[in-house]
Design a protein around this ligand. Structure first.
Ligand SMILES: [Zn+2]
Length: 235
């Protein structure tokens, strides 16, 4: 009976190790995805700023065309100044010219603002592209590291599974099925031992009579509290 119980304890330990390795293995895709998303966020920021930059260039072009046509209009009025015959006509033309001058000065202000914004955005793009380059290099290294870890974990799981297959070959099939059933229902912990007079799974105090049965070691005993297989720990 003792050999069987040792096998059960070994199996539980092995299954704990496999579960831990699997959890690590399963955490890797999310880590890889995080890296990709971090990179994508910077890329999106660069794209957004590039679009803004194109939009500003378009606006600037429009304002420059407007400025040119204003200058043309001014030139026309100015040449007409020499042909006018009355003071009233002269003043009216001067008034038109002054209006166009004000308009061009406003357009020039707008163009200046656009230039300032464009410059800011260009600087931002430059900084972001630098960050993108550094980040994609870091990401590439990290991805390779994670791929390496994943391979190591997959290999380790295979080794443990092979070990498990050898171990369960020596275990009674009915007992193994019972072990598997308890493990499925009890968060992966099917076999536990007596810890300070209590069940190591649910911490229920074990009555003296039950303790005697456990020490006698002539059958498989399950905890009345949690239903796990409970084993007296021989030192
Ligand atoms: Zn228990």
């Amino acid at each position: 009976m003792r050999a069987t119980k040792d096998l059960l304890l070994k199996l539980q330990k092995l299954d704990d190790e496999i579960a831990a390795l699997r959890a690590d293995e399963e955490s890797i895709p999310a880590k890889k995805e995080n890296l990709e998303e971090g990179l994508k966020a910077i890329q999106e920021r660069v794209e957004e700023h590039k679009e803004q930059s194109i939009e500003l260039a378009k606006k600037r072009k429009e304002q420059e065309i407007e400025l040119e046509s204003t200058a043309d209009g001014m030139g026309k009025f100015q040449s007409q100044l020499f042909q006018v015959k009355s003071n009233r006509e002269y003043e009216a033309l001067q008034h038109e010219i002054a209006g166009l001058k004000e308009k061009s000065s406003k357009i020039e202000d707008v163009i200046l603002e656009i230039l300032e914004s464009s410059e800011e955005i260009s600087k931002a793009i430059e900084a972001e592209e630098g960050a993108l380059k550094a980040e994609s290099e870091r990401s590439k290294t990290e991805q390779a590291k994670l791929d390496g870890e994943l391979k190591e974990l997959t290999d380790a799981i295979k080794v443990k599974n092979d070990e498990r297959a050898r171990l369960v070959a020596d275990l009674d099939k009915v007992l193994l099925a019972r072990y598997e059933r308890i493990r499925d229902n009890k968060n992966g912990l099917a076999v536990t031992s007596v810890e300070n007079g209590a069940c190591g799974g649910c911490f229920r105090r074990i009555p003296p009579q039950e303790m005697q049965n456990l020490k006698r070691d002539d059958r498989i005993i399950t905890c009345e509290g949690c239903g796990r297989i409970i084993i007296w720990r021989w030192e």
